[in-house]
Design a protein around this ligand. Structure first.
Ligand SMILES: Cc1cc2nc3c(=O)[nH]c(=O)nc-3n(C[C@H](O)[C@H](O)[C@H](O)COP(=O)(O)OP(=O)(O)OC[C@H]3O[C@@H](n4cnc5c(N)ncnc54)[C@H](O)[C@@H]3O)c2cc1C
Length: 358
């Protein structure tokens, strides 16, 4: 077999504002983008060799772990304006394979629901009509699909829905890649992505490729093992979806859901929900009027509040917009909302947004 070289691009002193959805962030020492990891086994080995032999410039944060910062689609990361002394690596490898004769490796996939306040939401998300996306999935015919880290979630969703595989429709209109979506275990309406994941293919300790079952991944609302153990690199995932007959899930459900989200979400640059919602238990414990972070921010009269050109969206208080600002202003806005909510409710908002190098 012809030995193909691993395909990647490398840029030095690269502005991270170019690769984040919020269009903010200083330069990094080196930015690398890898493609086609799985097209042949040779590529996969080359990647391992490359990772092993490359002397990455580690940031302090990662010094012990000996890994660079892995980026997905950059829709949840706020890099500071300072130079990031280290490497930022993106895996753009984007193959999708339908797995025939695959036997699932998870004993059972625990179904967890997201903290979505169905009754109250916040004043804007309450307008999302969940019944328009919900239908009773026939789960008698599971199918398994492998998608590499760099696959755009929206593409995977459309592709699988159009061939009649249900499950991922809940996550329509989330601007993530497969890797970032898994890292955060994205939520759509009441569903978590982990409800549809059988296993994740990872690179461990820069040398070992492993298949980790759903049961090993500590999934929860906005939570996965990858957030705790940064030495694990996500290379792809095996999704457990369900073959449906005689319904067009994409046209009947997903498109409608997208239309609703388009109405609620801002057109400008944002990182989606800035803060996590609280759980029902936390709501009771802290005597909160709602589990919704947006609701709490709104009730502190912060909609429209701005720090220079960073502001809190008028229609949805959990979305913070960059209108030509700096990371510093954007971060100060986050801190300001935390302070105000703390003053009013004596509770600390937990950012969903990942802040790096501050
Ligand atoms: C307009 C908008 C709407 C959104 N709506 C939603 C929503 O409805 N629900 C929701 O849950 N989220 C939503 N989000 C937030 C965001 O899309 C998710 O958090 C998503 O998981 C981020 O994926 P990403 O590919 O952009 O990852 P990134 O932001 O690039 O990275 C996120 C984290 O994943 C890690 N990571 C990425 N790739 C790898 C890898 N290969 N190996 C190890 N770690 C890796 C990164 O280091 C980082 O810590 C929204 C964001 C925006 C901008």
């Amino acid at each position: 077999m012809e030995k193909r070289k691993l395909s990647y691009t490398l840029k030095r002193n690269y502005p991270l504002s170019e690769v984040t959805r919020i269009h903010l962030g200083g330069k990094c020492s080196r930015y690398m983008e890898f493609r086609d990891l799985y097209n042949t086994n040779i590529d996969r080995l080359n990647f391992l060799e490359y990772i092993k032999n490359t002397k990455f410039k580690y940031t302090n944060e990662f010094e012990d772990l000996k890994v660079p910062f892995f980026l997905g689609n950059g829709s949840d990361v706020l890099f500071s304006d300072k130079k990031y002394i280290g490497d930022v690596v993106k895996i753009s490898s984007n193959g999708i394979f339908i797995l025939e004769n695959y036997s699932c490796i998870s004993d059972s996939i625990p179904e967890t629901r997201s903290n979505y306040d169905l009754k109250q939401g916040d004043k804007s998300t309450a307008s999302l009509n969940l019944s328009s996306i919900y239908f009773k999935e026939d789960k008698s015919n599971p199918v398994y699909v492998f998608a590499e880290s760099g696959v755009r979630l929206s593409y995977l969703i459309q592709y699988t829905l159009e061939i009649g595989f249900s499950g991922l429709h809940w996550f329509s209109y989330i601007p993530a890649n497969v890797s970032g979506a898994i890292y955060n275990n994205v939520h759509g309406g009441i569903e978590l992505l982990s409800n549809y994941i059988d296993a994740v293919v990872v690179l461990k300790n820069n040398r070992e490729i492993k298949l980790l079952s759903n049961n090993e991944l500590d999934f929860g609302y906005d939570k996965s093992i990858f957030q705790k153990d940064k030495s694990i690199v996500i290379l792809g995932a095996i999704f457990k979806l369900y073959k449906q007959e005689n319904i067009n899930i994409y046209s009947d459900f997903s498109k409608n859901w997208i239309k609703q989200k388009v109405n609620v979400q801002p057109k400008g640059y944002s990182l989606g929900s800035t803060f996590k919602n609280f759980s029902e238990e936390e709501k009771l414990k802290y005597n909160l009027p709602s589990i919704s972070a947006g609701y709490l921010i709104d009730s502190c009269n912060l909609k429209g509040f701005r720090i220079n050109n960073a502001y809190i969206y008028e229609k949805h208080a959990n979305f913070f917009i960059n209108e030509g600002t700096s990371s510093e202003d954007y971060n100060n806005l986050i801190e300001y909302a935390i302070k105000k909510v703390k003053e009013q409710y004596n509770v600390t908002l937990i950012p969903e947004v990942i802040r790096v190098n501050f």
